[in-house]
Design a protein around this ligand. Structure first.
Ligand SMILES: Cc1cc2nc3c(=O)[nH]c(=O)nc-3n(C[C@H](O)[C@H](O)[C@H](O)COP(=O)(O)OP(=O)(O)OC[C@H]3O[C@@H](n4cnc5c(N)ncnc54)[C@H](O)[C@@H]3O)c2cc1C
Length: 296
């Protein structure tokens, strides 16, 4: 059996903070992978005109994002499409898991953007009692039942199709635009979900004036709450607590950008990414096994 590759640095998130971190790890000639969602930086996508990022006055967020991604690719940064579900410490490496694959890293940089805040009525009350954030993880519990998927990004379509194979009914509420890859087994419902209802467990979802009778509700593809990625990581006002080296409360795990708190600005994200990247790159020299001074 071939041994799985261990990266010096695994960066989670391909927005300005994550890409800046990865470029600076590369500059220091360390081995790095970026795990990002389909859309690198949803906030940049929504920024019509940016006037405060040095050297780019009046640029659109989309254009700036293209320049960031192009820069990373020119530097040889490997950006993989993977939504990370969890970071788990294992002896001297971290196991970073997504639905598709597992990655190993000596250090990890979290750059996942603003943390998720619950915004649906009853969301916290029913969490774990019919409400969840990963449909495919809990899928078997809902075999033959009815579920609703509240989708914040197109990645949710894969989860909905999977649930369509095992559930009696799958309602799909796209909050990002028209879905493009749904199977016939999934029923699209227009409208904004407002409240999860139930007694001991979920039994309905309120969507405008309509009440969908369901056994489960999944919120998929929204921002990542840091404590779900790494249970126990220290937070401060819902953001990841870091010091000036961008170190978190977990040794060898760094954080940068909006996930560490305001101001939510590109220059701050890029600057923190740089600090985290350089700090991680410096640390891995000490962590590498003897005789492996340079990455292949
Ligand atoms: C409308 C609007 C206008 C703005 N205008 C300005 C402006 O004029 N000037 C300015 O400086 N800033 C502006 N901003 C803010 C700026 O866009 C953010 O501060 C910046 O994008 C933060 O970068 P980041 O890398 O920390 O996070 P993000 O850009 O949010 O990137 C985080 C990335 O991580 C990914 N991710 C999240 N969870 C996971 C996971 N579990 N696995 C893998 N990937 C994950 C996300 O999908 C995203 O791609 C604006 C924001 C908005 C919404």
């Amino acid at each position: 059996m071939t041994e799985q590759h261990v990266y010096d640095v695994v960066v989670i998130g391909c927005g300005p903070a994550g890409l800046s971190a990865a470029i600076n790890v590369k500059v220091r000639n360390r081995d790095v992978v970026v795990l990002g969602t389909e859309q690198c930086s949803p906030p940049l996508d929504k920024a019509p005109r940016i006037v405060n990022y040095l050297g780019f006055t009046g640029v659109t967020g989309v254009r700036l994002r293209e320049k960031f991604v192009e820069h990373a690719r020119i530097m040889g940064v490997d950006i993989k499409r993977a939504r990370v579900d969890a970071i788990m410490p294992m002896d001297d490496v971290f196991m970073v898991t997504s639905r598709e694959e597992v990655y190993l890293g000596r250090t990890v940089i979290i750059a996942t953007g603003t943390p998720y805040r619950p915004r649906l009525g009853g969301e916290q009350e029913f969490l774990g009692r019919g409400l969840g954030y990963c449909a495919t993880c809990d899928g078997p519990l809902y075999r033959g039942k009815d579920v609703a998927i509240i989708a914040h990004s197109p990645e949710a379509e894969v989860e909905a199709n999977f649930m369509g194979e095992i559930c009696r009914k799958v309602y799909y509420l796209p909050l990002y635009g028209p879905p493009t890859a749904l199977e016939d087994t999934v029923q699209v419902v227009e409208g904004k979900p407002t409240k999860v209802l139930g007694s001991k467990v979920v039994n309905a979802l309120q969507v405008g004036d309509t009440m969908l009778k369901v056994d489960g509700v999944f919120i998929v593809g929204a921002e990542t709450p840091p404590e779900r990625l790494f249970p126990g990581i220290e937070l401060e006002d819902n953001h990841i607590r870091v010091n000036r080296q961008q170190e978190t409360s977990v040794p060898r795990v760094y954080a940068a950008g909006d996930c560490t708190g305001p101001p939510y600005q590109i220059a701050k994200a890029v600057g923190e990414g740089l600090v985290a990247g350089l700090a991680a790159a410096k640390l891995v020299v000490a962590l590498r096994p003897r005789g492996t001074s340079q990455p292949a």
